[in-house]
Ligand binder design. Structure first.
Ligand code: ATP
Ligand code: MG
Length: 586
């Protein structure tokens, strides 16, 4: 295990929002946290009101809420007041079109200003928002809009032509398509030009009196383990967004915050839109995709203080090397956080050298709606650990039994399923159209995450693997993360994924797929060297028996390695749902 990274006041730069972890945890309760929100005048709770309107009412409307960066990094600033007005216009448009409370608005577009107005306007209208990733093809779009019962789709002319036009007939429930860049000539049948509608709409709107349990957002999971599920979230989730953005991301008033996730995924919504807005900070939104130079220059130019990204991006930054980072002045960075996949210890140590600050891994899921386990600004970081549960979150390692009951594992250092005591505000309230599947996620008052982990004696949680990806070999239960992390320590390795291959003797043998860093060539010698390295690090029982080189590993569009696809291809099995697959190389 790599050495723990201690923190000092110098590292803090400003006092973290959570300094005394044990004390805050002991005294925390969600109903008190709820009181820090405004609530709707006269009662009720609405996410968009907390995110924007509240700041305007409190006289902070002139602060910059969103700073959008175009292709050439040209800046479009949107203040809280302007965002609130834009949201009001969108809410008025929905009302004029007869879209009522609880109806569902989908989006299919990039990170452009109207998207943010649409999210917040939909919430103000009391309707439900479901973002889609713009790279989806027609069938994934159709399937999601059908099970989500989309009444409205907000998209662009180009995406409409390419992906939606051909499926319109199969979506009878879709009443309107609003084209972000549409004009008079585009209007026909269900298709409307959003700019014209917005121009005709008023910029004041009284937020619909939603309650904490009213539906607000729907998000499809990443599809890493199978067909994506549609998770339903309610307005009450905003309580968790506020608390977790302050505690786990350490957002302070003056921060310039950059969450690199697309709002098509839950991270891009909970922490790319709602959380930072509720905290009143400025969010950077880049229209473009990953590019190491571009990213560093954004941090430098925009003086980003808090940066929230994902292991895939961090591994890509590692792949291009630290020298590139050194070309930029990244001294504005105060706090670095990562989510989405296990963060290999090597990556934490690398960031500590490259930026003088470690990435703080945190763990959560589409279903949990917000960060549940995190490394905190004031606490030591143990590279490879996901950290400790947030205040208000009871986590445990549990064992499931065949009769459906669970027992909590009291001792530390035992592997089991990661569970959370049900009832936190951002917990999903259902899977779209899959009640039985939803019910099966709960037992004896616990939500069962489907991830395996262990807790150490300091209360830090360590990811082992998804229960579907864990490999049984020669009587051992092996989490892919451990093997992949060992491979990643080798200087040639940029990415690694391991799977189990059925074997008559061992039950399974381990096969690793490896992508190399620039400057390294695949060869039988390198394969032998990597195997020897893995055997030294892990012992012969756990080290891979086979290594295959790939220039790229298959990933979901949210950047998660799809081990199930590597496995299916290896074993000649059906590939299953690949609607979220991004890079593809057989
Ligand atoms: P699906 O449920 O459709 O298979 P998914 O689980 O990848 O997809 P998400 O909800 O986007 O969909 O991702 C949550 C999962 O991502 C977690 O259950 C976990 O397996 C993984 N994950 C997220 N953060 C971390 C982390 N810090 N360390 C390890 N794994 C993580
Ligand atoms: Mg999942």
């Amino acid at each position: 295990m790599l050495a723990t990274i201690e923190k000092s006041r110098v590292d803090w730069r400003v006092a973290p929002n959570l300094v005394d972890y044990d004390h805050v945890r002991a005294s925390f309760d969600w109903s008190t946290a709820r009181k820090s929100l405004a609530g709707l005048p006269g009662g009720g709770l609405n996410m968009a009101y907390e995110a924007v309107t509240r700041h305007v009412v409190e006289g902070k409307g002139e602060r910059i809420a969103l700073r959008l960066l175009g292709r050439e990094q040209e800046v479009t600033d949107i203040t809280f007041a302007a965002l609130d007005a834009a949201a009001c216009r969108f809410a008025n448009v929905l009302e004029t079109l007869g879209i009522g409370r609880g109806e569902v608005v989908f989006s299919l577009c990039g990170r452009v200003p109207p998207l943010y107005a649409a999210v917040l306007g939909t919430l103000k209208r009391g309707a439900v928002f479901c973002p889609l990733f713009s790279a989806f093809g027609p069938e994934p779009i159709r399937a999601r809009m059908e099970i989500g019962r989309g009444a409205v789709l907000v998209t662009t002319r180009a995406l409409f032509q390419r992906k939606v036009k051909g499926i319109l007939d199969q979506l009878p429930g879709l009443r309107f398509v609003l084209l972000i860049d549409g004009g008079k000539d585009d209007e026909a049948d269900r298709i409307r030009a959003l700019p014209l509608l917005l121009a005709a709409a008023g910029d004041r709107y009284e937020t619909v009196r939603t309650g904490p349990e009213d539906r607000a957002l729907m998000h499809f999971t990443s599809g890493t383990t199978g067909r994506p599920k549609g998770a339903i979230h309610v307005h009450e989730a905003v309580v968790a967004h506020a608390v977790t953005a302050r505690y786990a991301l350490d957002l302070h008033d003056e921060d310039i915050f950059w969450c690199t996730a697309d709002p098509g995924w839950v991270t891009g919504m909970s922490y790319g839109v709602i959380g930072p807005l509720v905290c009143g900070v400025t969010s950077i939104i880049d229209e473009m995709e990953f590019d190491a130079d571009r990213w560093y220059s954004i941090i430098e130019r925009q003086k980003v203080t808090v940066w929230y990204t994902a292991p895939t991006a961090i591994r890509m930054l590692m792949k291009v090397g630290t020298e590139i980072a050194r070309k930029y002045d990244l001294a504005s960075l105060r706090f670095l956080a990562s989510v989405g996949e296990p963060l290999n210890p090597e990556a934490v140590v690398w960031s500590y050298h490259a930026f003088g600050r470690p990435f703080h891994d945190n763990w959560w899921q589409t279903e949990t709606g917000g960060i549940m386990i995190a490394n905190f600004a004031a606490l030591p970081v143990k590279p490879g650990s996901m950290g400790k549960p947030l205040p208000g979150i009871d986590a445990a390692i549990v064992n499931r039994h065949p009769d459906g009951s669970v027992t909590v594992v009291a001792e530390p250092e035992v592997e089991g399923e990661l569970a959370l005591r049900a009832g936190w505000p951002s917990m999903f309230r259902g899977y779209l159209g899959e009640e039985e599947r939803y019910r099966k996620c709960f037992a004896d008052g616990w939500y069962l995450s489907g991830d395996l982990a262990r807790r150490d004696s300091d209360g830090y949680y360590w990811f082992v693997g998804r229960s579907d990806d864990v490999i049984k070999t020669a009587g051992h239960l092996i989490g892919p993360f451990e093997v992949e992390s060992a491979l990643l320590e080798h200087p040639a390795v940029a990415e690694a994924a391991v799977i189990g291959k059925p074997d008559e003797v061992a039950g399974n043998t381990i096969k690793a797929f490896v992508a190399l860093k620039a400057g390294y060539e695949a060869s039988p010698e390198l394969e032998r060297e990597l195997m020897a390295h893995a055997r030294r690090r892990l012992g012969p029982a756990v080290a891979p028996r086979e290594i295959a080189f790939r220039s790229n590993l298959p990933k979901t569009r949210s950047g998660k390695i799809m081990r199930r696809l590597l496995r299916a291809r290896e074993l000649g099995l059906p590939e299953g749902d690949i609607s979220t697959l991004e890079s593809d190389e057989k």
